[in-house]
Structure formats: C-alpha cells, structure tokens
Design a protein around this ligand. Structure first.
Ligand code: WTA
Length: 657
C-alpha cells in the first residue's frame, strides 16, 4: 500500500474517476481515537448484519432509539414491502430532541445558526424542545394532525428544522420542497401529496438579495386544491408581504405565542415520517416515502459510523434541508446522535468567496460534509480565499451527491484537510434514506473517486441486463439484495411505479439506478446512472422533466435533453429543440430558458439550447440520445448512425458547435 499524494492541479478538465489507484490510509492518530478503529470491528459488524440481521437490528434499535412500546418483530419482508420494528412505538422528534433533555444533556448546543447577512442564533436541545413543541401546538390549532401532509418551502433557518421536527412530533408528514423550485413545481407536489398546510417565509436571502418566497407560494396556492392554511415566517422583513385573510397566518402570531409543552406522540414504527420528491426516469417527480423507526435508526447509525461522531464535535453539513442530505444529515441523523450542528442560510460566495472558511474558522468546525460541485467551485475561485483562514479545527471531511473526481479529491484533501483529514465519499440516494457505501474514516484506506465499501446491513450485487450477477470488475447494474431499515417504503400514491422502478429488473432486489463496478480490493466505483436521470451540481433531474417543460412552450414542437460533461457542475443541461415557424434569436433563447425556470425552477434551466430542423431518430422513432450526448459534448460522433432517419439534422447540429 503506497500513498503518493500528487499535486492538486488547478483548472483543466475532470480526470477520469475509474482509473485511480492511489491509496490513502487514515493516520494512526485518527485511528487511535476512532469509533470504529479496527478492520476486525467492521468485519464483525458487517457479518452480523448480513448473517443474523434480526439479532443485529434488534440490538441496534433497542440501544439507539427510545421506545414507548417495545417492538415484537424486527423485520417483515415480502419484496417490495418492508416493515421494520413491528408493534413498537417510538417518535423521531423525541429521539432527536426530548431524549437528550431527559438524559440531562438539555444544555448542549443543538444548532448553531448563521444567516447570510451575518445574524446568529444558537439553540440548546432544551430550547429546541420548546420551539418544536410550540410549532406542533400551532399545527394542531391549524387543524393539522396525524397523517396530514405539511409542505415546507423555506430558507435554511432554524425554523425549517423546527417545522420538520414538529411534524414528526405529532405524526404529520412533512414534504420539504427546495426553495429554488418554481410555483408550478410546488403546486404539483402539493396536489400529488394532498398537502393540508403550507409553510414558507416572506423572503429568502441569497447573495445579498431578497427573493420573495411568499409571492411564489401564493402563485402555487392558486393551483393547490388541498392546502387550507399557510404559515409564514418573517425572515427578511418589509411590509409588502401579501397575506390572504382566512388562509395565511404569521409564525410569530401562531407559533411564538404557544406554551411549548406538548409532548411527542408515541407512533407506530411504520408511521410515515416524510415524503421527499425526487426525479426519476419519467417527467413526473416521485414522492419518496420514508417511515419513522427504520429511517430514524438508519440515519443515526450511519451518521455515527461514517462521521465518527464524538460529543465535542462541531459538525457542518452544507446541504439544504430541501434535499435528502439535509433530512438525514442535518436533522435526523446528527440530532438523534445529540450532535452540535452548524447551519448556514446563504451562498458560499457571499459576501466573498471565503464565507465557508470564515464559518469553519469562527465556529471551529471539526467535521465538514459538502458536495464535489462546491469543491470544484472553491478550486476555481482560488486558494487565496482558503489561505486567509485557520482550518486546523477540521478532522474529517465528507463528500456526497456525485462521485468526487480525483482532482477535486486531492485539493479537498490537501488544501482543506491539510493532508491529515480522512475523506468519506458517501454513496447513497433519496430512496436509501441514508449512506449505503462509504469509507469508515478510522480504518478504510481511501482511493480518490471510490465510495469504497458497503456499511453494515448493505449487501450490494452487481448484475447484468437480465439480472445475473456479473464479473464485478467489468461493472453492471448496482442492486441491494437485502432490506435495510432506512429503505424507502413506497412512492406516494403510486404503488405500481414503486414496483416497476425498483423491484422489477431483479425480482426481490432493490435496483439503485446506478452502474457500478467492484475492483480487486472489493472497493466500489459508481459509474453513473442507467436511466435518464442527470446529476447537475449534485441535484437529480430527469431529462424528460426538462423536455416536458420545453415542449409546454407554444413555440416548441419537440425537445430532447441530455447531460454533457461540465467542469463545475459535473453535468450541464443541453437541450435540442425543434420549433414552429418562430424566428430563432437570442430573445427566443432567453425566453425558453426563462420558461423552464418558471416550469421547474432555476436549477433546471438548460445551459445550452440548440435549435434544429429535426431531431435524430431511429427508424422506430426513438430519439437517439447517445448521439445527442456526443454532439452536446463536442465529441466525434460515435457508433453506427445508419439507422438515422434524418442525417441532415445531425449535420446542422454539428455546424453550430
Ligand atoms: C449520485 C443524494 C457517486 C448517484 C444523496 C445516486 C453519487 C444519486 C454519490 C442520488 C457518490 C450520490 N458517488 N454518485 N458519492 N452520491 N450519487 O437522490 O447517481 O439526490 O443514484 O441523493 O446521486 O441522488 P439523490
């Protein structure tokens, strides 16, 4: 095993992640104090979870969750339906908040928050308990109870976490919608989930500007048939927030005025905890459903294993609560573990490109969990922003959202981690509830670009087109062959899609949608999606979703959307469109981009739009996406194009390169 740290070169293109063979073992010093500190310990945990899962998870659940009533059965599994900890009663909010107060740790800081303008707030677990209880009391007053869906569209403020936890407290189901989505997207999600209550704020601070969230929500509520009330947090101030009488209420009027004493309701283990919409291979986002006990346990244990959590850590996950990473690793995982979490509201480059490093230094962050797309942006912005700050408090770094390319990995390791912090490259999905594969920082020698090995309870299989296990070095579809506590329990309102999407290719096994290979050391390398999902700055988007948005414009006839490599975002969105007779010019181009923003949100705005007289199709009428991907990437056209119906269209697309 040799470690040969190379210079992190700056700029240039992303090097290929699948050819990396450098190995970086954890330092002896890190290993000495690590929660899991020997290979044997991992092997034992892994073998126990694989071979005697009921015993393993029974012990884990009894030790790491609070039970109002004990469960009688560990797991009922009849693919695709899993029920964990059957017969037991627990409460995720209790586990996150009250349990620490009960155990005499109420004074420990739960949340350290900083707003983008620089305002600050800290909440101890005891203070959090009161705030969450007040919010839950307000929900009840607004007619929300067990099984009702609450849509949350908010900035990254403590109230966002409070609103989530307050749902869990009374068995309401939260559906957090990232505050970059459009009114259309909010309305679609509200209607699909039959949301009863919507929570938002007057505005959101982003790069020094105020975005009027409530206005967007008002537009969404015009089309949301089930929403009865809207709870509004005053965040940015100003007198111009539109409030609809009888429907809209202010947070400071209905939450802050409550007594804050409502206890957590004991809930059946499989009580729905939240829905989170994510993109799949069709145009319609799907509401991934997670339930209470299994998810809560998985979030907690994976957090403790992967982040080597200790009581004095200051942990910072830079994700937004609008994504699964925020759910599992800002709220449920770290809080059940009683961690102190930093939460930041704004952009990483406001007021300057050193904002993250300023926060790390100021709050003495010890564990930092961020995304490769952010790391690549930091590299581009230049080392001088990092050099201004003392980052010596850091002891562990994490990465999530997409594979981290070796160049970014090396820079993260050297520049941010000072060459001493292990990097945990965590592979998982909205559907998996928590991390599935990751180095364990005290014991796993890391290879840049590999998420290394599965966590206890995760049994991966690599299969071919027809579901047979294959020579894993070559690679194939990645499946998980045993249920795990954090797995999704369904797609909201669409049981057929749930089976078709995840449990049909290889009956009885969960199909991840990713390709992967396993090398001779047993390390896994994620090779990208097998479906039409693209990964833009770590955000999942369906190409078909963007196509549908484009064709909803009256002047667009047909659209094909593909991902193309991008140094910063990982993948950028390239669209090819055929139009009506309208003249093609910059104004039309702008209008189309704006149209997609309005339909889905800014994150889905195409980077390139190319106009063409026809899209290349096979004789059977299928759009040749592979070919368009090559055109979008500026590559020589690969493969056989003899089945093309319209070769002229390819020629004209290429001319525009
Ligand atoms: C990709 C985010 C490689 C993958 C937690 C997966 C990754 C999708 C990694 C899920 C990683 C996430 N290495 N690929 N470390 N992490 N992915 O649902 O394609 O937003 O299927 O969950 O992101 O995205 P999602």
């Amino acid at each position: 095993m040799s470690a040969t740290p190379a210079d992190a070169s700056q700029g240039g293109s992303i090097d290929h992640v699948l050819t990396e063979d450098r190995l970086f073992p954890p330092s002896a010093e890190f290993t000495k104090n690590a929660v899991i500190s020997t290979q044997d310990q991992y092997e034992q945990l892994y073998a126990a979870a694989r071979d005697t899962p009921d015993d393993f998870w029974r012990d884990q659940a009894n030790e790491h969750l609070h039970w109002f009533e004990p469960f009688s059965e560990v797991c009922q599994w009849e693919a695709p339906d899993a029920k964990w900890f059957v017969g037991g009663k627990t409460n995720a909010c209790y586990n996150c908040v009250d349990a620490h107060v009960e155990a005499g740790r109420g004074d420990k800081t739960a949340i350290i928050w900083e707003g983008e303008p620089g305002d600050k707030r800290t909440l101890s677990y005891r203070e959090l308990q009161t705030e969450v209880a007040k919010c839950a009391e307000a929900y009840q007053q607004l007619g929300v109870g067990l099984g009702d869906v609450v849509s949350i569209y908010m900035p990254m403020t403590p109230e966002l976490a409070i609103a989530m936890l307050a749902c869990a407290r009374i068995g309401a189901i939260h559906s957090v919608i990232f505050a970059g989505f459009s009114a259309e997207s909010i309305a679609d999600r509200n209607n699909d989930a039959s949301a009863k209550l919507m929570i938002t704020s007057d505005g959101l601070n982003r790069r020094g500007k105020v975005l009027p969230l409530k206005q967007t929500v008002d537009e969404a509520l015009d089309k949301s048939t089930t929403v009865e009330k809207c709870l509004v947090l005053r965040r940015t101030g100003g007198d111009d927030t539109p409030m609809t009488e009888g429907r809209d209420v202010w947070w400071h009027d209905v939450v802050d005025t409550q007594p804050g004493v409502l206890p957590a309701t004991p809930l059946e283990s499989e009580t729905p905890l939240f829905i989170l919409y994510t993109s799949g291979s069709t145009g319609k986002p799907k509401g991934i459903l997670h339930t209470t006990a299994g998810y809560n346990l998985w979030a907690r244990r994976t957090f403790e294993w992967v982040f080597d959590h200790r009581d004095d850590d200051i942990y910072w996950c830079t994700a937004d609560c609008g994504w699964i990473t925020g759910h599992s690793y800002i709220v449920y995982g770290p809080m059940t573990a009683g961690a102190t979490c930093l939460m930041y509201e704004g952009a990483p480059n406001h007021p300057a490109e050193d904002r993250f490093w300023d926060l790390v230094e100021k709050y003495k962050v010890t564990i930092l969990y961020t995304a490769p797309t952010a790391v690549r942006a930091f590299i581009k912005w230049g080392d001088e922003h990092v050099d201004k700050h003392d980052l010596s408090s850091l002891r562990l770094l994490g990465s999530v959202g997409e594979g981290i390319n070796p160049e970014a990995w090396m820079w993260y390791h050297e520049k941010i981690g000072g060459g001493k912090c292990p990097i945990v490259d965590t592979w998982w999905q909205t559907e998996t509830g928590g991390i599935m594969m990751s180095p364990l920082p005290g014991i796993t020698p890391t290879k840049p670009g590999s998420c290394t090995k599965p966590l206890p309870g995760v049994i991966p299989k690599i299969v071919d087109e027809i579901g047979n296990e294959v020579d894993s070095e070559h690679g194939g579809k990645l499946c998980i062959s045993q249920p795990w506590p954090g797995m999704l329990r369904g797609i909201w309102g669409d049981p057929k899609r749930f089976v078709d999407q995840y449990f049909s290719d290889v009956p009885g096994q969960y199909l991840t949608g990713d390709n992967a290979r396993r090398d001779s050391d047993g390390y896994y390398w994620i090779m990208g999606r097998i479906d039409d999902v693209i990964n833009v700055s770590g955000h999942r988007l369906s190409t078909i979703e963007v196509e549908s948005a484009l064709v909803s414009h009256p002047d667009v006839c047909e659209a094909a959307v593909v991902g193309r490599p991008d140094d910063l975002k990982g993948q950028a969105i390239a669209a090819f469109v055929t139009t009506t007779n309208r003249e093609v010019n910059d104004e039309f181009l702008k209008e189309l981009k704006q149209h997609v923003r309005k339909q889905i949100g800014a994150l889905a705005q195409p980077d390139d739009i190319r106009f063409t007289s026809a899209l290349p199709k096979t004789r059977s009428g299928k759009i040749m996406r592979r070919l368009l991907r090559d055109v979008a990437a500026g590559r020589e056209l690969a493969g056989d194009t003899s089945t093309l119906e319209d070769l002229a269209s390819i020629a004209s697309l290429q001319e525009k390169d």
